[in-house]
Write a protein that binds this ligand. Structure first.
Ligand code: DGY
Length: 371
């Protein structure tokens, strides 16, 4: 309705522009055309047309190749830097935007949405969207989308590399080799833990969890899983995965890999009590979201030898680490790079742009999470 009104106004301005420009020649028979008037009127017209063009804020520096479906036709404000925009900058720029493409570093809450009365779509660059207050968006008629599927394999690959790296002490071995503290080869020196054939417990058997299970099958690992609900029997057979209660999974697994989304149920899912149930020889891997684990409790458990080690890609208060975590040699720590391959990040960008464009056009985005 608002856009229809603007369109009518623009048409009216066009007509007026012509009439006022032609008036002297028609009424007074003058041959002089009022060029200055045409200029003024054209300027007004351009300004009115600009109001018709949809505007979007893109909070991450994306390549032109990724943004190309939005050019021309949309007015984009793109973060020129490789680091996230500050909250103040986002709040400052969002007021006249019809859509935004944000990353998991941006907090999209009611305060931000209230500053953007035209906002129709928030397209997240990421599969997890706990950075967005979805109920607040829904209440304001704002569509929210994410980027599932395209990062599944990449994230599962990282989970599996953390399993291997922490069990076989790959990072510790690398620094020992580089530092020259590599002593003579000894039959029982620098031992790690076997991965092949050990029991893998997967918490959250969604798309990524299932891909981790497929990789584990190649390592002949029996798989236990815990999920909000069990998956169909046919899939359990295909993956070789058995549904168990969380407590059983914690007690029986040699490796535990977490793949849940962050919500009120999963926040703090693994705390001191759960860590105490794990075998002292077991390893914990997390590539989902940091707040699923009580990091302080984890540091204590690792220090006390209650569990053997941890491979982490995500942290409770990124980019900060819980005190003592960085000093522990029985951990492998990566900086939230689950989906960080050039192929996957490019695919995520393209999918987020597709969702944004659909939302700007008033259509349901392909990966809408609230419509
Ligand atoms: C996601 O998409 O949720 C990832 O954490 C980003 O790598």
């Amino acid at each position: 309705m608002k856009r229809l009104k603007i369109a009518l106004r623009v048409s009216a301005v066009c007509i007026v522009a012509f009439i006022t420009a032609l008036t002297p020649s028609v009424i007074f028979g003058s041959k002089d055309i009022e060029f200055s008037q045409i200029f003024v009127n054209c300027n007004i017209m351009i300004q009115e047309w600009r109001k018709l063009i949809m505007k979007a804020l893109v909070t991450a520096r994306l390549s032109e190749d990724i943004l190309s479906p939005l050019r021309p036709g949309y007015e984009l404000a793109v973060n020129p830097n490789d680091f996230p925009m500050s909250r103040a900058d986002v709040l400052d720029q969002i007021h006249d935007k019809d859509g935004m493409l944000c990353t998991i570093s941006d907090r999209i809450d009611a305060e931000l949405m209230d500053r953007a009365p035209n906002l129709k779509i928030v397209a997240n660059f990421g599969v997890g969207y706990d950075n967005i207050d979805v109920p607040a968006a829904t209440a304001r008629g704002i569509r929210v989308s994410n980027t599932p599927g395209v990062l599944t394999d990449t994230t599962a690959d990282l989970a599996f590399s953390l399993i291997l790296a922490v069990a076989r002490r790959v990072v510790e071995g690398d620094s020992r080799t580089r530092s020259g503290k590599w002593g003579p080869w000894a039959p029982f020196g620098f031992l790690g833990s076997q991965v092949t054939g050990k029991t893998l417990g997967i918490i959250g058997l969604g798309q990524i969890g299932k891909e981790v299970a497929r990789r584990a099958k190649g390592f002949r690992m029996p798989i236990l899983y815990n999920n909000r609900k069990s998956i169909p029997e046919r899939e359990e057979l295909e993956l070789g995965a058995k549904y168990v209660e969380l407590e059983t999974l914690l007690r029986q697994s040699d490796f535990i890999s977490i793949h849940v989304s962050l919500n009120s149920e999963s926040r703090g899912l693994i705390g001191a009590d759960q860590l105490a149930l794990m075998k002292p020889t077991a390893f914990l891997v997390n590539v989902s979201r940091g707040p699923v684990i009580d990091e302080t409790a984890l540091v204590k458990a690792l220090k006390a030898g209650k569990i053997a080690g941890a491979g982490l890609d995500v942290y409770e208060k990124e980019p900060k680490l819980a005190e003592g975590l960085a000093e522990l040699s029985n951990t492998v720590l990566t900086p939230h790079i689950g989906s960080a391959t050039s192929e996957t990040r490019s695919a995520m960008g393209k999918l987020a742009v597709k969702n944004l464009k659909a939302g700007l056009c008033g259509e349901k985005p392909p990966n809408c999470v609230n419509c």
